[in-house]
Design a protein around this ligand. Structure first.
Ligand SMILES: [Zn+2]
Length: 392
């Protein structure tokens, strides 16, 4: 239902703006019949309100309100009210009438077009919304909003080339920085190309992403994955190694595959040195556990236990503790006390329960990585949560 406050607000507007304005214009010709007609409409509208028939009242008042610069705000407000109520057809009719009426100035007409575009979006008529916003894209005042809406449309349609073109125009218009967002559009496009078997084209598109934003971690990760799938381990390794200089918070995303590349190239000693470097430089828990695995394989359980214990003494982490308890259980086998099993169950439950990623913009937490926050729709704001000591 329409809040009745709105409708009562319309009464004086209808009475003063529409009725008297109409009376003034038509003064001198058919004066008395117009007055009578408007008065009748007005009282019929009041009756509709009293009978709790707000829809009929609104229709009537709209007919009474002539479109001019004094009533345009009322028409816009009514159109928006309809749209918010989900009555998009009526909103479209009101905004369309405003634009086609020819009585508005250029600025008011542009505002009505913005609203009409929003109506079309609400109705899911993306092509119509697109053509409305395209006609406003050069507008001095509303151009930025129109381009923002166009970007939304192209994202929904997954038309990444158009999204990049619109973002570039918006960037030029506002002198903002949209390189990181455009790089994600390239990554989206690259994933689509790769899924269709166009791997080389996909990798070239990832190169374009990095040109737009050198810090695009997603482009490096995707390139590494695509190169590795094509057995180009050397190039895959190069891509993965690039993530550290972009943002070390993402190291846990890259380490398992990076390790596989080093192993495929039979460069285990370099892997060992690289993991050591990550632990020293960032206190990386992910690197600590990868290195503990290598130590266990090369030197046995006792060495791995000593290494993880030493690391935990420097920086506590749930993952590290879980790994340590697991090693101890493996070592003790059948002789392991029940308390150790309980400890492992506890750390496993803690790990299972926690979120691994968090949006720095709205605080949304998730168990998997999203390049665009599902909650606030910002790109690049969801990152791996740091362990207690700050290491990733
Ligand atoms: Zn968010």
């Amino acid at each position: 239902m329409v809040p009745l406050d709105w409708l009562w607000l319309l009464l004086p507007v209808a009475a003063t703006s529409g009725w008297y304005a109409a009376m003034r214009r038509k003064r001198g010709e058919k004066r008395s019949s117009t007055q009578t007609e408007l008065r009748n409409h007005y009282f019929r509208g009041v009756n509709y309100l009293l009978n709790e028939e707000p829809d009929k009242a609104i229709e009537l008042f709209i007919r009474m309100l002539e479109v001019d610069s004094e009533t345009v705000d009322t028409h816009l407000a009514l159109g928006n009210l309809y749209r918010r109520r989900g009555e998009v057809d009526r909103a479209i009719r009101i905004h369309h009438n405003l634009i086609e009426g020819g009585a508005l100035g250029a600025e008011e007409r542009s505002e009505a077009m913005l609203e009409l575009g929003q109506d079309y979006l609400s109705a899911g008529l993306l092509d119509r919304a697109e053509s409305v916003y395209l006609s406003l894209a050069e507008h001095e005042v509303h151009g930025a909003r129109a381009l923002g809406q166009l970007i939304d449309i192209y994202e929904q349609e997954q038309d990444w080339d158009q999204a990049i073109a619109a973002a570039r125009r918006l960037q030029d218009l506002t002198r903002g920085e949209l390189g990181a967002v455009m790089a994600h559009y390239c990554c989206e496009k690259a994933e689509g190309l790769n899924a269709r078997g166009k791997r080389e084209e996909a990798i070239a598109t990832l190169g374009r992403a990095l040109e737009l934003h050198r810090g695009c971690v997603r482009a490096r990760l995707l390139e590494g994955n695509m190169r590795r799938a094509g057995l180009e381990h050397e190039l895959a390794l190069e891509a993965y190694l690039g993530v550290e200089s972009q943002d070390p918070k993402y190291l846990p995303e890259v380490l398992p595959n990076l390790r596989k590349c080093f192993e495929a190239l039979d460069r285990r000693d370099e892997l060992w040195d690289y993991l050591r470097h990550l632990i020293d430089a960032y206190g990386s828990v992910a690197a600590t556990l990868e290195l503990a695995d290598l130590i266990r394989e090369r030197e046995g359980l006792d060495s791995a236990l000593a290494f993880v214990t030493g690391q935990l003494e420097q920086r506590v982490s749930i993952r590290g503790l879980h790994y340590l308890v697991d090693l101890e259980l493996r070592k003790q086998g059948e002789r392991a006390p029940g308390s150790l099993r309980l400890q492992r169950a506890l750390t496993a439950a803690l790990l299972e329960d926690r979120s691994l990623y968090q949006c720095g913009h709205c605080g949304f937490r998730a168990k998997s990585l999203h390049w665009r926050c599902p909650s606030c729709k910002q790109w690049n704001t969801v990152k791996p949560i740091q362990e207690l000591n700050g290491g990733a």
